[in-house]
Design a protein around this ligand. Structure first.
Ligand code: GUN
Ligand code: FE
Length: 458
C-alpha cells in the first residue's frame, strides 16, 4: 500500500519532520519501506507506480504509546472527587474484584483495546486484574487487537480487594500464588507474535510485602521481562508506605533494595521525589510514566519532569485510566503542557514542601510532549525498534487526522493560518478531540475507521 498525504512525525533528535505532500510506502508485512516527500517518490519510483497510490485522507501521524493504564478500571472513569486511597477503596477495588468470574471479561477487554485504538493509541502498557483467568482473557483480546501490548496480572499480597487498607499481615500463600500465577501467564504470553509482552505488576508498595517485591525483582530479571508499578503518587500513600515499610530512606530506596528498579521498570506518577530518589532512578536507568491528567483528577500533584530529565530518566506518558478520565493521549499531552505552565507559576514542590528554586528558563513545548507520546515513549518501553515514528523499517502504526476538526478556519482560508509543523502540532494538542481521528492502521492494516456504521443486532 502507498499512502499519499501530509505526514508529521518526530525523529530521534526529538525534532519534528513534516511533509505537506508526503508518501508512506508500506510492505505486505505492514512495515514502512519508504517515506518522504512526493517529489522524491516520483524521482525514485517513477510515475508508473502512481496507480497504486491512495489518498491518505488526512494528516498522518504515528500511533501513540500509552505507557500506563488499567484495563478493568475503564467503567469507573470520571468517578469521585476523593484522593488516591479512598478513591481506590470506594470505586476501584470493588470493580476490579468483580472481574473474578465475570462472563463479560472478554467483551469488556475487547472494547477497551478498541477504545485505545479509536483514540489513536497503537501501543500500551496495561494493568489487568489480580485474577489469573480474567488476565488471561485480557491477553487474548490484546493479541486480537493487533496492538503492541505490555501487560500483567496485578500483584497484591496485602491490602487487597477484601481487606482494603486495614492492617493485615501478609499471608505466605498469597505471595506464592501471586508469583506462581504471574509466572504462568508470563511463560504463556511474553513474546507472543513479537508484540505481546509480560510485565510483573506489583501494584504499589502498600499492597506488596517486601518478600513479594524481592521475588518479583529476581523473577522478572531472570525472565528478562518488564516490571510496572506506582511510585510516590500521593502524600497519604507515601506516609502509609513509610509506616508499613519502616527503615528505608525513601519510597524509591525501598523499591531499589527490593530489586524492583532497572531499565525494564516503568514507574507510574513519580511525583513526590527528593533529589536522592531522582538520582537513584537515573542510576538504575528506570523510567517514569508521567500521568498529568490522572494527577489532576485525583489532585495528586505535578511531576517534576525537568529534574527527572536532568538525570536522564526516560519519560513516557500515560492516561492512567481510570484515574485519568480518558484514553485519549492527545488530551494527556495537553494536560502535561498545562501542568508545566502551572508549575512555573506556583513552583514544583518536593515532599517536604520546599519549592524547587528558580523559574525554569523555557516552558515545556508541544514537540517535547509529542516525543514522550511517540518515539520517546516507545524508547522508554524498549519498543522503539518497531514503533513510535514514521521511519523506514518500522511498523506502519499510523493515525489519520481530519484537520478540518482542528483548524479554526476552513480550507479556503488556509493562508491565514500558520502552516509550520510546530503550529500544526500545537493545534492537534490544544484543539484535538476524539472526533479528529479518521482512521488508525496497525502494521499496515486498517483497524479503525470513523463513521463506519456497524449494523445493530436486534
Ligand atoms: N496506586 C495503586 N493502585 C493504583 C491505581 O489503580 N491507580 C492509581 N492512579 N494509582 C494507584
Ligand atoms: Fe495507575
Amino acid at each position: 500500500m502507498i499512502l499519499r498525504g501530509p505526514y508529521l512525525t518526530c525523529q530521534k533528535t526529538g525534532l519534528l519532520r513534516y511533509w505537506a505532500d508526503g508518501v508512506i510506502k508500506i510492505s505486505g508485512q505492514g512495515m514502512i519501506e519508504w517515506a518522504g516527500p512526493w517529489s522524491d517518490f516520483l524521482k525514485k519510483f517513477g510515475a508508473q507506480r502512481q496507480s497504486k497510490v491512495h489518498d491518505s485522507g488526512g494528516l498522518v501521524v504515528p500511533g501513540l504509546v500509552d505507557a500506563h493504564c488499567h484495563l478493568p478500571q475503564y467503567a469507573a472513569v470520571a468517578m469521585g472527587g476523593e484522593e488516591l486511597l479512598p478513591w481506590l477503596k470506594r470505586y476501584i477495588f470493588p470493580l476490579e474484584k468483580s472481574f473474578e468470574e465475570a462472563p463479560w471479561v472478554a467483551h469488556y477487554a475487547r472494547h477497551f483495546f478498541q477504545e485505545l485504538i479509536r483514540s489513536g493509541t497503537t501501543a500500551a502498557a496495561v494493568y489487568a486484574t489480580i485474577w489469573k483467568d480474567s488476565t488471561d482473557l485480557c491477553f487474548e483480546q490484546a493479541l486480537q487487537s493487533g496492538m503492541r501490548v505490555i501487560m500483567g496480572k496485578v500483584m497484591m499480597d496485602r491490602y487487597s480487594y477484601n481487606d482494603h487498607f486495614r492492617r493485615l499481615y501478609p499471608s505466605k500463600s498469597r505471595k506464592e500464588i501471586s508469583l506462581r500465577e504471574s509466572a504462568d501467564l508470563c511463560r504463556k504470553w511474553h513474546g507472543r507474535d513479537g508484540r505481546i509482552f509480560y510485565a510483573f505488576s506489583p501494584r504499589f508498595a502498600l499492597s506488596c510485602s517486601k518478600e513479594l517485591m524481592r521475588d518479583v525483582g529476581q523473577i522478572a530479571q531472570s525472565y528478562g521481562v518488564y516490571i510496572q508499578t506506582h511510585l510516590s503518587e500521593n502524600k497519604e500513600e507515601i506516609n502509609a508506605v513509610t509506616l508499613e515499610h519502616p527503615g528505608y530512606p525513601s519510597y524509591t530506596a525501598l523499591y531499589e533494595r527490593c530489586g524492583i528498579l532497572g531499565p525494564k521498570t516503568l514507574l507510574g506518577h513519580s511525583i513526590w521525589l527528593n533529589s536522592r530518589e531522582i538520582e537513584l532512578l537515573g542510576k538504575t536507568n528506570s523510567s517514569v510514566v508521567h500521568c498529568p491528567e490522572s494527577n489532576f483528577f485525583l489532585g495528586s500533584g505535578i511531576m517534576n519532569w525537568r529534574a527527572l530529565a536532568a538525570h536522564r530518566v526516560p519519560i513516557s506518558l500515560g492516561s492512567d485510566v481510570g484515574a485519568g478520565p480518558d484514553l485519549n493521549l492527545w488530551s494527556v499531552m495537553k494536560q502535561a503542557l498545562y501542568a508545566d505552565k502551572m508549575a512555573r507559576v506556583y513552583g514544583v514542590h518536593g515532599f517536604n514542601g520546599a519549592a524547587v528554586k528558580g523559574s525554569p528558563p523555557m516552558p515545556l513545548r508541544p514537540e517535547q510532549v509529542f516525543y514522550w507520546a511517540t518515539l520517546g515513549g516507545a524508547k522508554a518501553l524498549g519498543l522503539d525498534r518497531f514503533a513510535g515514528s514514521i521511519e523506514v523499517g518500522k511498523s506502519a502504526d499510523l493515525t489519520v487526522i481530519d484537520m478540518s476538526t482542528v483548524n479554526p478556519l476552513p480550507p479556503e482560508m488556509e493562508d491565514l493560518m500558520d502552516s509550520s509543523s510546530g503550529a500544526l502540532l500545537a493545534r492537534l494538542i490544544y484543539r484535538g478531540s476524539a472526533s479528529m481521528i479518521k482512521a488508525v492502521y496497525i502494521q499496515g492494516r486498517l483497524q479503525y475507521q470513523r463513521n463506519k456504521v456497524t449494523p445493530r443486532v436486534f
